[in-house]
Ligand binder design. Sequence first.
Ligand code: ASP
Length: 451
Amino acid sequence: MKVVKFGGSSLANSTQVNKVVNIVKADDQRRFVVVSAPGKRFDGDIKVTDLLIQYAKATLNGDPSDTITGQIIARYEEIATAFQIPQSAFEAIKQTILNLPHHDYQDDSYLMAAFKAHGEKLNAILIAQVLKASGVNAKFLDPKEAGLVVTDSPDDAEIIPTSYDRINEWADSKLVRVIPGFFGYNDQGQICTFSRGGSDITGAIIARGVKAKRYENFTDVDAIYAANPQVVHHPIAIHNMTFREMRELSYAGFSVFHDEALIPAIQGDIQVVVKNTNHPSERGTSITSHKRVNPAYPVSGIASSPNFCGIYIRKYMLDKKRYSQKILKLLAEYDLSYEHMPSGIDDLTVIMRQDQLTPELEDTLIRELVIALRPDEIHISHNYALLMVVGEGMANRTGIMSKATDALARQNVKLIMVNQGASEISMMFGIKQDEAKVAIKALYDTFFPDL
Ligand code: ASP
């Protein structure tokens, strides 16, 4: 049996929902349908989740919210009307939206979580009705009833592993179950959401729980491409990739599939297939634990992610005196995470995401580092990009790094950092952000010649 998940653009309006109905009907193995909230209908449109965030903020500030609730209700109404859903069912959805401010929430963060989660919850209720009206024996299943218990973290929850056994009890369900993505309940019964884009995570959790044969993730692209199509003209589609490759590429900005959603799929060894709701007969991208490598193409994908900074620290005998431990302790005190710390005998660079730092926090951090380490030199540089070259075929091959650095050198791309892990399936380059596009093109042309 299969679990299918539809993203926000696949459910943005009744035309899209009609495609979803046809996809569900086309295969009776598709028995668990996980849905996002209605997403963007066109460039510049606002996702229902973002409208709900505005609604939650207005509620917390005591501001009027009639315009926002009107916009949210209209999104569901358009779909309900198109499929002739009974007025009473739509009225219940409308009242739930209007009543959101009138419940008891433990604090503001739980209020925010509950508002956000209703984007998916109400959509799942509606889509179950739509499927029923279209002749599918479908029923809404709330994550609480499904047994999806999560950690007590209102906007960044994680699944509690005992949930899988409870979810498994639904495996033999004869009906098509429509489950809202993006949230679960803590053990107190309060709503906690996953991080943004987290409906993918719900889909993977359900797939692992019911031991599905396949997890089909329907979105708005025909496949995952070897490079960003906005940078490389008509890049080649990756039809088969491994979980490891996908993890590495999503770290560096491949945003088609949520990176956290891979974990339950890996644990359950469930094939994930990314497909396009608009062209469901296209092959898509299959993600599995192993794949056959074509030796002519050792690299599978090239990605880059901007907005990193590097704190450079030089001090005589830096490697001997446990200075790096002091640095990490200080970062933890300020709740800052770091990505890499390439080091030499007397110096190191801490690479971190720069959106964590305000100018004030940056000053404080440098001051504290000066006090703790008395460095000979310290400075921070901004606007780095991390460039990743990923491929199972890179392992046990020689010369890939030299090909990559050669291609970058020919385009005068300056390398600030180089990192290759023991798995050998990825290499990472720190470069200047404004050189990222040139770098991706150069690497693509090198590793995918004639394509
Ligand atoms: N609706 C949520 C978001 O916009 C979750 C999702 O769509 O996956 O982040």
